[in-house]
Design a binder for this molecule. Structure first.
Ligand code: ME8
Length: 518
């Protein structure tokens, strides 16, 4: 049983509709998953929903629904959204599924039996919005708490705590010894800075049922439910167990799920998450895994946050971007392309409608779209759509783009890979202008030269489809269809020059990204 490349996303809270930030994270993860498949790896891509906790309970109450009814209705929308984005996820986990709940309880029972928890009283401050306890240290200089915490109330209650302190030095050593564990580097440095300067507080892993009952009951004390983050993080391994992962099943002592043959998934290769939840993934999660006797994921990859017109996206100020509306108006691939091309993996991004239209027009309509359309239309017009004899004038340019793309995809450098691919788009468009096939067509003595140019252009289009497949798979399939090739490109190996067979007839050229005046 060979281990699959296992990639996960954050699981989203089901307390509203998906927004650009959710879409972005899932698209990045999908591109990485598709890239790995195109590099020949077996992949398992997991995404899903975080359905427990106070936020969800409150949102359900506001709609006068039971939390489960509320989650079921929204989960259908979110799953439809994943389809709309054409995500190639292999599973979709919901933390209210029996398979997940039973696993969380098994993990809690194991940790409890091994003495990792203790019960203690607490008096202090609590933010319901962030589902987190606050201390005096969290106050701002003027004595108030950040408005992001919402209403902060004073609480006095007993809870179960997970001993974190004892693992602090081990975690520092681990992060230092494994520089690629947290990416990008500046996030790793933030985590190290935090761990070196502050003593870890033990993590409260329960909530009293009297205050919050929408959660997974602690298996060893029915008066408590599991803290939503403890429940949520475990999704990465409960899903692995559900598919029979032997490492996870053995560590927690659960029966493997029904998959035959069972899948080997853990440790995850990449957890893709947003910058706001790095502490949960790079501090709490590694310690939880260590306590459970499991290896750590290979990488926590933290992306930045989108803003709109330079301001935080917020429903109350109205500066939201509805991904479904953008996709409806411009098409899925225009949306996927923009978020991947505009924002490198790490820093924050700024969505502007003008920026979106400008990339659509320059890079998609006038760049890629124009190249494919004029190349194939000329082949149709001048050669009845029959591919001429092989010629290698653009072969070196195509090989460079393919080599660069391959190397960049291995490092999850998605934006740079697109830049490299557009190097070939621009080169091929320039080649059309330099060779002027429309002029060659008027001169019968130039027939051989015209054949050469048309082959180079059609083959460059084919290679672009191969390279673009992980990013804009629908467009890649359309280019293939217009070239008269079946299906869609599957592996990057197909980017070798000369794949187009002379004598073969192409399909019907049609604009990929129609020019828009608005
Ligand atoms: O944090 N730009 O869920 P969530 C980019 N359930 N990314 C954004 C964003 C923005 N404007 N807003 C949110 C949770 N995100 C937990 C995760 S994982 C075990 C549990 C990202 O719905 C955010 O950074 O609040 C996170 O990675 C993801 O969307 C889900 O956020």
């Amino acid at each position: 049983m060979s281990k699959r490349f296992y990639i996960t996303t954050a699981i989203d809270y089901v307390n509203g509709q998906p927004h650009i930030g959710h879409a972005y994270e899932k698209i990045i993860s999908d591109v990485i998953a598709r890239s790995r498949r195109s590099l020949g790896q077996e992949v398992f891509f997991l995404t899903g929903l975080d359905e427990h906790g106070q936020k969800v309970q409150q949102a359900a109450q506001a709609e006068k629904k039971s939390p489960q009814e509320y989650c079921d209705a929204l989960a259908a929308d979110w799953q439809a959204f994943a389809k709309k984005l054409e995500l190639t996820n292999d599973d979709f986990i919901r933390t209210t599924q029996p398979r997940h709940k039973a696993f969380v309880q098994a993990a809690l029972a194991k940790l409890h039996a091994a003495g990792h928890f203790y019960k203690a009283g607490y008096t202090g401050y609590y933010s319901a919005r962030e589902e987190t306890f606050l201390t005096e240290k969290d106050r701002r200089p003027d004595g108030t708490f950040d408005p992001a915490y919402g209403e902060v109330v004073e609480l006095k209650e007993e809870n179960y705590y997970f001993k974190l302190k004892a693992h602090q030095q081990w975690l520092i050593d681990y992060i230092e010894a494994n520089p690629s564990f947290i990416a990008p580097d500046y996030r790793r440095n933030e985590v190290l800075g935090f761990l070196r300067s502050q003593t870890l507080e033990d993590l409260c892993i329960s909530r009293p049922v009297a205050r919050l009952n929408w959660g997974i009951p602690l298996p060893f004390d029915p008066d408590f439910v599991t803290y939503v983050w403890f429940d949520a993080l475990v999704n990465y391994i409960s899903a692995a167990a559900a598919h029979g992962d032997p490492t996870v099943c053995a560590a927690i002592g659960v029966e493997p799920g029904p998959d035959q043959p069972p899948l080997s998934l853990w440790p995850a290769d990449i957890h893709v998450i947003g910058k706001d939840i790095v502490k949960f993934h790079a501090v709490y999660w590694p310690i939880m895994l260590k306590a459970m006797g499991l290896p750590l994921p290979k990488q926590i990859l933290a992306h930045g946050w989108w803003q709109k017109d330079g301001a935080r996206i917020s429903k109350s100020t109205g500066n939201v971007i509805d991904p479904v509306a953008v996709i409806h108006e411009w098409g899925l691939d225009a949306f996927r392309f923009y978020v991947l091309r505009e924002l490198d993996l790490g820093p924050d991004g700024n969505w502007t409608d003008a920026g979106f239209k400008s990339r659509y027009s320059a890079e998609l309509a006038n760049g890629l779209g124009n190249l494919v359309n004029r190349s194939l239309s000329m082949l149709k017009r001048y050669r009845h759509g029959v591919v001429p004899a092989r010629h290698d004038e653009l072969a070196a340019d195509a090989a460079r783009a393919a080599d660069e793309t391959r190397a960049l995809l291995k490092q999850n450098q998605l934006q740079s890979a697109l830049q490299s691919i557009w190097g070939l788009v621009n080169r091929a468009n320039q080649y059309v202008d330099q060779t002027a096939p429309f002029k060659l067509a008027k001169d019968p003595s130039q027939a051989k030269r015209l054949d050469e140019v048309l082959y180079n252009l059609a083959e460059a289009c084919r290679i672009l489809a191969v390279l673009l497949q992980p990013f804009i798979p629908g467009t890649a399939a359309r280019i293939y269809a217009q070239l008269g090739l079946g299906g869609s490109p599957s592996t990057l190996d197909a980017a070798a020059w000369g794949g187009l067979t002379p004598g073969q007839t192409i399909g019907e050229p049609a604009p990929l990204f129609p020019r828009r005046d608005d």
